[in-house]
Structure formats: C-alpha cells, structure tokens
Design a protein around this ligand. Sequence first.
Ligand code: ZN
Ligand code: ZN
Length: 362
Amino acid sequence: MAQEVRGVIAPGKNEPVRVETIVVPDPGPGEAVVQIQACGVCHTDLHYKQGGISDDFPFLLGHEAAGIVESVGEGVTDVAPGDFVILNWRAVCGRCRACLRGRPWYCFDTHNAKQKMTLAATGQELSPALGIGAFAEKTLVAAGQCTKVDPSVSPAVAGLLGCGVMAGIGAAINTGNVGRGDSVAVIGCGGVGDAAIAGSHLAGAAKVIAVDLDDRKLQTAREMGATHTVNSKETDPVEAIRELTGGFGADVVIDAVGRPETYKQAFYARDLAGTVVLVGVPTPEMKLELPLLDVFGRGGALKSSWYGDCLPSRDFPMLIDLHLQGRLDLQKFVTETIALDEVENAFERMHQGDVLRSVVVL
Ligand SMILES: [Zn+2]
Ligand SMILES: [Zn+2]
C-alpha cells in the first residue's frame, strides 16, 4: 500500500520551501522504502530551490540522509528491512564500461528509483533532489542507493557522509591520494573543504594548510585538523602556501570553492609534479585561462573529484568505523539539529555562513 508522509517541497523557483503530504509508493523491483532518521541541509538543496539545477519543479529536497530500510522490492538482496543505511546518489550499475574495468566509482550509468513519489493534494510527480528526496519521513530509492553501516553511529552524523563530507574526505584520500607526510592545502573551508582537511589529517598529512576569507571558518578548520591557516583577504594564498612549504608549494592542493581564481591559486600553490583536485562545483559561465606551457612545465596531475570519487559500499562503512574508533570526528560537522519545518530558516543560516551543517532529525 502506498503511504502518505510529510516531506519538504520546493514548489517553484525561489519560492519558500514548505512541508506537504507526499505519497510514497511500495518499492518495485530493485527499489527500497527507507524511513529517514536524519538528513543534512546542503547547498545543493538551496540550488534546487533557486532553479539552479533544473526546472523540474516541484522538488522533494534533502539528500544527505541516514535511516532504516522499511521494505524492499523484488530482487533486492543487498539490503533488508531493519538495516541501518546511509543513502548515496551514485548507485553503481555494475555493467557500464567504467564498472566493467573495475573502476565503479566512475560509474557512467548510476540509477535511482523508477517509480515516482507524488504530491498527495494534486497527484503531481515529484523530482527528488539527487534522486533521493530525504527531507521526508520516508522516501523511495533504488536499493543500490542504500549502504549498510554500523547502526551504533548517530543518524545525524551518518547522513552527512552521503554527500558533502564524503566529497571532501574523498577529494583528499581518493582523488588526491594524500598519504603520510604529504603537505596539503585546502582552499575554501565550508563543509566540503573542512572534510578535505579532516580527510588529509586522517591520511597522515604532515602539513594541512587551510585557506579562506573568513577567520571564523579558519578557526573551525583548525579544529578539523588544519596545521596552518591563511586568510586570503589579507595575504596572497599562493605566496603563503609556498612559504609554509619551504618555498616549493604543497604536494596536493584541493580547490573546494570551484572558481577560476581559486583554481589558479591551487594550480600555482602546488609543488612541481604535485596534484590539484577540483571538488568545488563551478557554474556554467566560468572559464579558465592558463598558460599551456605552465600546465606542461609544472607537470603532475590536474584532477576533478566527483562525489569524492567514492565507492559507497567501500567508503561509507570504513569511515563510520573510523569515526566510531575516535579517529575521524564526524560529529564536528553537525552544527545544529532542526525539525522538518525549519529547512527554510536553515537555508538562510547556511547562506550567512553561520553553520557548517544543520541536520533535520525526524
Ligand atoms: Zn556502471
Ligand atoms: Zn549535498
């Protein structure tokens, strides 16, 4: 039987979000219904509301979530009712050319639930944010979007791994391949940048340099594991990073902002043969200009990090285990917990830079 639950809807471009009754169908083949326990508020949800991602309104927002599998459809074997799971937005297909070459974190054919959730009042189909839609008491996803983790972790903490925190940690440990003794610089210290700092610290980086315009954010970056901070409003970040690394530049520089200016800083602030990782998401009008001779002459690797190049089935349980062992403090990312009807206010606080993550707890 389809169920009616409450969910946070973005009804139209720049209209305030609101709680509405939505209809969640029973899971079909390969699908699962998940009872959501917690879901973080991410910039991407705000971009959906602003019409920056697509025009497929109404959206069911929320995508950094954890909860309990309530029911599964035909053919689902990896998860069962009662499992505690983190939702991911890249359920790998296992059959595309990336998957078949043993690189499933690049999967080119990730999937979501086939059935649609709808608005109870009008029957209108909903577009779930990143194929998840988890600012809701329950949501329908592809079973592959559910990754089982140790249930002793707090749901508010676990859910954050589903998006921004994983993107940042993965940018450091998967894409950037940060290792013991490396020097790392991270430009932009919001949720993703802080996670890149925490990931670099976890991987054993000897030096982790945090760069931001806001001293409050640099303070938080220190708590996440930054060994040095640079306020790029006052100091040229390229010179500062070079100075802190014996005049050479960092082994890995992570651009967690995603603008041409910050990318250029990252490009020139790395050591010869170093690595640049772009994890901040640019907008369509942005263009990059660099002397091609510098690209050649400085060598190394210029990489982009999709979702931290994560493989949820490999990375989520590992990172939760490290958190539970006290080696990766994910609790620091949870600034506040809020109710389902407070998402609109949380967008405001996020926009002001007052919070790292507000997390809706159901
Ligand atoms: Zn694939
Ligand atoms: Zn997100």
